[in-house]
Structures are given as structure tokens and as C-alpha cells.
Design a protein around this ligand. Structure first.
Ligand code: GDP
Ligand code: CA
Length: 309
């Protein structure tokens, strides 16, 4: 059995690969909910939706988020009425948010709703929110304290970040399915997908007790670096590392998680970092970790799996 910790786009790519090579009952994908927020009265869970849409092969391949063949009539009508347009909600995507919000109001848990939606999209592995309790990522920045989506979408990640806060995390309980997966005697491997360390993995790892359980687990813990060379493949990971006074390199990712990791996959262009990383006590696998297509995702997932045996 395998646990994958995932954010949105980068996490979904490797999660897709894992879903192609792991038996459905053996794959538990734990998804960040620190990006969740209420918008226009709707509960939006961006990373859960990105993972579900990607695994169901209905994600928009250009953006990595949202749905393929989307239309935007709702957005145009919203604009005409003077409503907010900074956060894009496609017509089909809207159904997800409306139905999720309604069911949350009826008292269903985010875990139950996610299980139902993912099954209806044809997925057979488990997509598990990290918690059913609200955790809301915020950043202290050059523009003051910003809610995550204000930083990420409204301000395009431009403000300089000095600190990251996970509101509610100390009171949040990891979801039952997450805790059960960590206790499962069949657990062989915990994968840190190549997700943003601060915005996607840390909210999961900072939930009460989780880092300790990962550290104590008998399972191998393997990360795929989200940093290749001195850049992130997408998004603000590199910019944030720099702003927080860290190096932008796969070595820094290994150093940041050295207490938790057995191994890190780094890119061929970073092969020279191997002795430096191994001096931290983290093993290195050098591979091609840029996932350009489904074949790359599946190949990399297979290599990560091989590490557990
Ligand atoms: P978000 O929630 O949509 O921001 O997505 P994640 O946090 O899951 O992923 C963002 C991270 O994925 C960024 O730091 C990227 O560098 C990384 N990433 C995206 N595509 C790839 C890829 O093909 N290979 C690797 N190694 N990292 C990637
Ligand atoms: Ca995200």
C-alpha cells in the first residue's frame, strides 16, 4: 500500500502516474486543503479538484487546473452584473463547487463528498482530503497578511513572502482515512509528490502528529523534487525559497525534509548534487523528473515504486 502526499498540478502529475501502476486498493492520495476557500458562497477545493480531474483525464491540459473543453458563460454573466472575476469558475467546474457546498451544508464531510465525486468520475483509487476540518493557508508578505488565494490568484504570487501561516492547523484533525492509511500494516511507501513544499506539502505535514508518524513509519519515504536546476517547473516554489532565505535547488528540498526522507529523486541535470545530498543521510536517485506527458508520469511513478521493494 502506498500513500502519496499531493498538492495540485505537480502532485496530480505524479499521482496520475501512480494511478496507472498501482492497484486501486493500494493507492491513497492525500491532498492538501490549505488552498480551500469560500468564494461567491461556494466552497472551492482547488487541489482536490485538480487531482480528481487529472486522474479522470478531464483536466485542462494547458492550465493543469480546471476542466477540458470548458465554457465561461457563468463568468461573463458574473462580470455583467459587477461580480468578482479574479477567480475563474468555468461552467462545468461550477457544478463541482455548487454540489460540494450544498452537501457540506447538509453536514457531509469533505472526505465523503470527495470519495463520492471521485467515484462518479470513474476513479477507483482513494482521493483523501488531508483533514475534514478547515485549514487556511495565509502568507505574511510585502502587502501584509494575505489569504492564500489573494496571494496566489489575485496578486499572481508577486508579493514578497516572509512567513507562511496555516490558520486552524493546530485544531485540525487529520482525516480518518488518512490516519487509517498511516496505520495500515501493508503501508510500504510514502511518496512526497513534486509539490510546493510550503503551500502543498507542509500543510499536510504540519497537521498534529503527522510529521512524527511519517518519521516513525516503517514505510520508505521518497520525495520527487519540485525543483529542477535552479527553477521550479511551475508556480512560486523557487521564488518563495529565495524569499525565505533558502537556496533554489533540489539539495535544499532534501535538506528541508531530511528528517523525514529516505530518498529523493532529482533530475539528471542535478546529478552533481548527489554527494551533497547523501551527506545529509538522504539517498538519491537521479532520473528524468520533468513530466511532459502521460508516459513520463507513468515511468517516473514506476521508478518511485521500485524504490520501495
Ligand atoms: P499547485 O497546488 O497547483 O501549486 O501544485 P503543486 O504544489 O502540487 O505543484 C507545484 C509544484 O510542482 C511546483 O513547485 C513545480 O515545480 C512542480 N512541478 C510541476 N510539474 C512538475 C514536473 O513535471 N516535474 C517535477 N519534478 N516537478 C513539477
Ligand atoms: Ca494548490
Amino acid at each position: 500500500m502506498i500513500i502519496a502526499l499531493s498538492g495540485g498540478v505537480g502532485g496530480a502529475k505524479l499521482s496520475f502516474g501512480l494511478s496507472q501502476v498501482v492497484a486501486p486498493d493500494d493507492l491513497k492520495i492525500i491532498v492538501n486543503t490549505g488552498d480551500d476557500f469560500e468564494h461567491m458562497g461556494l466552497h472551492v477545493s482547488p487541489d482536490i479538484d485538480t487531482v480528481c480531474y487529472t486522474l479522470a483525464k478531464i483536466a485542462n491540459p494547458k492550465t493543469g487546473w480546471g476542466l477540458v473543453d470548458e465554457t465561461w458563460k457563468f463568468m461573463h454573466a458574473t462580470e455583467r452584473l459587477g461580480g468578482p472575476t479574479w477567480f475563474q469558475l468555468g461552467d462545468q467546474d461550477l457544478a463541482t463547487h455548487v454540489l460540494r457546498t450544498e452537501r457540506l451544508r447538509l453536514g457531509h464531510s469533505l472526505s465523503d463528498i470527495t470519495r463520492d465525486f471521485s467515484q462518479r468520475l470513474g476513479l477507483t483509487c482513494a482521493i483523501i482530503p488531508m483533514s475534514d476540518d478547515p485549514v487556511r493557508t495565509e502568507v505574511d508578505s510585502s502587502l501584509g497578511r494575505l489569504k492564500f488565494q489573494d496571494y496566489f490568484v489575485r496578486h499572481h504570487c508577486e508579493p514578497v513572502v516572509t512567513k507562511i501561516i496555516y490558520q486552524g492547523i493546530e485544531r485540525a484533525v487529520p482525516s480518518d482515512s488518512f490516519t487509517q492509511a498511516l496505520s495500515d500494516s501493508r503501508l510500504k511507501l510514502i511518496v512526497f509528490c513534486p509539490s510546493n513544499p510550503f503551500l502543498s506539502l507542509d500543510p499536510i505535514l504540519h497537521l498534529p502528529g503527522i510529521a512524527q508518524r511519517v518519521r516513525d513509519s516503517k514505510a520508505k519515504v521518497v520525495a520527487v523534487s519540485p525543483i529542477i536546476g535552479n527553477a521550479a517547473v511551475k508556480g512560486p516554489a523557487a521564488k518563495m525559497l529565495q524569499e525565505l532565505g533558502m537556496q533554489v535547488s533540489a539539495y535544499e528540498i532534501a535538506r528541508y525534509y531530511q528528517d523525514l526522507l529516505d530518498c529523493i529523486f532529482i533530475d539528471k541535470i542535478d546529478a552533481h548534487l548527489t554527494p551533497l545530498i547523501e551527506a545529509l543521510g538522504v539517498k538519491v536517485v537521479v532520473s528524468s523528473i520533468l513530466m511532459k506527458d502521460d508516459a513520463d508520469r507513468t515511468r517516473l511513478a514506476r521508478e518511485v515504486l521500485e524504490y520501495s521493494v
